[in-house]
Design a protein around this ligand. Structure first.
Ligand code: RUG
Length: 814
């Protein structure tokens, strides 16, 4: 007897059909006959939204009145994915929705497809934030996600006829967006510029201009918790819509200038993730959402109070700084407490340090934001003063701890001409965490070593996780059903460690065959999806080998493409016969930051390798390469369940965690990877024999650097590598043009910062093991099951529990 605990609304399909009809009639103003799938999508979304409303109100009231402190997750990115299916699941209305849509004469697929995915994040960091707020709601922990409702999310990626990435703006709000509720009555004023003056012995900031931060609220329904939290994304509006005097002088452009300036703040998400941008607008964005959020939290927790007792603020809410982007919140809270509520410095500092914690998501020094002091001074003059004072206090404190002068200088938050946001966050918050064990260790040993020497207790680790609701239940319904059948319960969806119960089934051939059939059916689905959406002809009977992540040199898509070229050459040279090769379909998905030259060139190379390989009759059936453009959450949900082999092949010591690797393992893909980021922990849990490990370790990388790394030596020493690189430079993938990839080749041969060439041999060697195992479907699938069974740890519910215990010291509402 299978135990089903998934939420199930008592509403019948007929009632839900009626509710959709009502929405069509009164909000969409169409009859069911006139309605399009997009109308039905909006109507159904509003209907499910209504079902969640009471729980949302109750959660808000309990959050304010209860004695559990809430979590404020401050993040410049929330990569939510589509909302409808997730809301239906959590409201227990999936079956009713499907029946209703059919009763109204529509296809479920068309209606679901009408939802436009919001792209309010660049990649892993933003998607992690979305998983975390899902988990907090599912655990019943009161929480607010605070961010920005960008008008334009991450750019839409297309490829031109030469295979180059072309970016176009993603105006996701062009069509009706039923989820966000704009709440003009709870807006906040955020100010910039101007000067600081002394008035009656008090510093007074006289800003030059202000914008109105208007909250747009999204419901965050928990799974089986009865709780619905809030994601509050701020949208910038102008206070001076229109300058009528200028307009009357026929100065039409000037007339709208204030509006344009204000609204620019929430106009676009920066398409960067690990590279530095020195844009004034970005600092404006950061301050904009953080200032509005802090004021909002005071409004929520001290309603109607002019003189609230803010010494209790850290008991009401604890804020997590997601990377350095919201770190300006530290001087902002100090300013609010001192300037707006008259607290003295020490009291304000005590409140502030108890309020904030910082998560670092990188090991790349260039991704730790450093702002020119002059820019902060211009935009936020009072904050610069406060930062300088924090730095003075910090230096004095270091002296009392006998830190030497040179180290104090190295640790400066304010250097005289710049402000180091990661240092400010580390000093100004209670805890600092990395996002995987290796990453947290390297933060302590290298990136923030001085800080961890002085403040060892601040440092902790919380390994990332992903939500099983979206990434197993919604993405892979067949596997979900099989897991439920195997375990005899669906409780694993809120307690993912229960997957461990599948372990014995890896020895049961009948179960293994069922598991293999699920994967095969998912591959067929993906092949159909890829045909429909991209026109690709993917053979579902080949191994599906996927590498999806942002395009960055450290992630080493170049390693994958060079190995692929070498395989292609093996077949062309006759070293391997096409019919002896294990048929493989390689699928890439990646966006490159628009200004990242080598990353964009790598995209172009991948596309052109795909063009050549896919059109070469000599390799037909053996090797195919596809690069679906515009990788996003939707594509991930189709591709991950269909993948046999996933790649996380970054140079050891460079990927903070990775979360794709977790999604793949949970969906029964095997991983080929280096000892980097969360790979280390995945391998530990799923078992070394169920993970394809290759490449240098962090220590070996360091040793090779120290010895003086010369990539050309590796090129000369390995004929297959040499041939692959020569094919890139001799025009094989550029219609004979020998210059097309010259900068990329020159970089490989002379710099190769991330040692792609040094790891090439190990990477190509491991392919033999991979292919041998794949030829034995029972064994392959046994290992895949063991990956699923032992990856329960990588649930974002567990990550949240770790944050609650180690950092936030709070828990669910009663
Ligand atoms: O690159 C990291 C990933 O390793 C990690 O899994 C993810 C979530 O923790 O964050 C990514 N990240 C890092 N995105 N932006 C940064 C820049 O600090």
């Amino acid at each position: 007897m299978t135990e089903i605990t998934a939420p199930k609304s008592p509403v019948t399909a007929e009632q839900f059909t009626e509710e959709i009809r009502e929405q069509l009639k009164y909000t969409q103003n169409v009859t069911p006959e006139q309605a399009t799938p997009a109308d039905v999508y909006v109507a159904a979304s509003k209907a499910v939204h209504n079902h969640l409303a009471d729980s949302w109100f109750k959660t808000q009231a309990d959050t304010v009145n209860g004695n559990t402190r809430a979590v404020g997750y401050l993040s410049a990115e929330f990569l939510m994915g589509k909302q409808l299916r997730n809301a239906l699941l959590n409201a227990g209305l999936t079956d009713q929705f499907e029946a209703a849509v059919e009763a109204l004469g529509f296809s479920v697929q068309d209606v679901v497809d009408a939802e436009y995915e919001p792209g309010l994040g660049n990649g892993g960091l933003g998607r992690l934030a979305a998983c975390f707020i899902d988990s907090l709601a599912s655990l019943g922990v009161p929480a607010f996600g605070y961010g920005i409702q960008y008008k334009y999310g991450i750019f839409k990626q297309a490829f031109d006829k030469d295979g180059k990435q072309v970016e176009t703006p993603d105006y996701w709000l062009a069509n009706e967006e039923p989820w966000g509720h704009i709440d003009y009555n709870r807006s906040q004023k955020v100010s910039f510029g101007g000067e600081v003056v002394e008035e009656s012995g008090k510093k007074v900031w006289k800003p030059a201009w202000s914008v109105r931060a208007v909250p747009v609220d999204y419901l965050v329904p928990g799974y089986a918790s009865g709780r619905v939290n809030t994601l509050r994304l701020w949208s910038a509006k102008s206070y001076d819509e229109f300058d009528l005097l200028a307009f009357n002088r026929s100065e039409y452009m000037e007339a709208v200038e204030p509006q344009v300036k204000a609204e620019n703040i929430s106009k676009i998400l920066y398409p960067e993730d690990s590279t530095k941008v020195g844009k004034e607008l970005r600092l404006e964005q950061q301050y904009f959402f953080v200032s509005a959020s802090l004021h909002d939290a005071i409004r929520v927790f001290y309603p109607g109070q002019d003189k609230p007792d803010l010494t209790t603020f850290p008991d009401k809410i604890v804020f997590q700084l997601n990377d350095t982007h919201p770190v300006i919140g530290i001087p902002e809270l100090m300013r609010i407490l001192i300037d707006e509520y008259d607290y003295d410095w020490n009291t304000a500092w005590s409140i502030t340090t108890k309020t904030f914690n910082y998560t670092c998501h990188t090991l790349l020094p260039e991704a730790l934001e450093v702002w020119p002091a002059s820019l902060i001074g211009e935009l936020l003059p009072r904050h610069l003063e406060i930062i300088k004072k924090i730095n003075e206090q910090f230096e004095a404190e270091l002296k009392t701890k006998n830190v030497d002068a040179a180290t104090i200088k190295d640790m400066a938050i304010y250097t005289g001409d710049s402000v180091r946001m990661a240092y400010l966050a580390t000093y100004g918050g209670s805890h600092v965490n990395g996002v995987a064990e290796l990453h947290s260790q390297l933060l302590k040993d290298v990136t923030l070593k001085n800080f961890s020497d002085v403040y060892p207790d601040k440092f902790t680790n919380v390994t990332n996780g992903v939500t099983p609701r979206r990434f197993i239940k919604l993405a892979n319904p067949r596997l979900s059903d099989l897991i439920t059948e195997g375990l005899g319960t669906d409780k694993w969806l809120s307690d993912l460690e229960l997957l461990k119960g599948l372990e014995p089934l890896a020895a049961d051939d009948e179960f293994v065959k069922k598991f293999a059939a699920v994967k095969q059916a998912n591959k067929v689905d993906f092949s159909n999806y890829a045909k429909r959406e991209y026109g690709f002809d993917i053979d579902p009977n080949t191994m599906i080998n996927t590498m999806v992540k942002r395009l960055h040199e450290y992630k080493r898509q170049a390693l994958k493409i060079l190995a692929l070229i070498a395989r292609y050459a093996d077949i062309k040279n006759g070293n391997m016969k096409a019919d002896e090769v294990l048929p493989r379909t390689v699928v890439f998905g990646a966006k490159a930051a628009p200004g990242y030259y080598l990353a964009k060139m790598t995209i172009q190379l991948i596309n052109n390798v795909a063009r050549v390989v896919n059109n070469d009759p000599d390799v037909k059936g053996a090797l195919h390469v596809y690069f679906p453009w515009n990788y996003n959450v939707r594509l991930a949900q189709h591709l991950i369940p269909a993948t046999d082999l996933d790649e996380q092949i970054s140079q050891a010591g460079k990927e903070a965690s990775g979360t794709g690797n977790m999604k793949f393992a949970l969906n029964g893909a095997l991983t080929v990877g280096t000892l980097d980021g969360a790979n280390v922990e995945i391998r530990e849990r799923v078992g070394a024999e169920n993970f394809f490990l290759f490449g240098m370790t962090v220590d070996e990388v360091d040793a090779l650097y120290a010895e003086g790394y010369d990539p050309a030596k590796f090129y000369e020493a390995d004929p297959r590598l040499k041939q692959a690189i020569d094919m890139v430079s001799n025009g094989t993938f550029s219609n004979g043009d020998r210059n097309a990839y010259a900068p990329l080749v020159a970089d490989w041969l002379t710099k190769d910062w991330f040692m792609t060439l040094a790891d090439f041999h190990a990477y190509t060697e491991i392919q033999g093991d991979i292919e041998a195992l794949y030829r034995d479907p029972l064994e392959w699938n046994r290992k895949a099951i063991l990956n699923v069974a032992n990856s329960g740890y990588f649930s974002s519910d567990r990550s949240m529990e770790d944050y609650l215990e180690r950092i936030w010291h709070t828990g669910p509402l009663a």
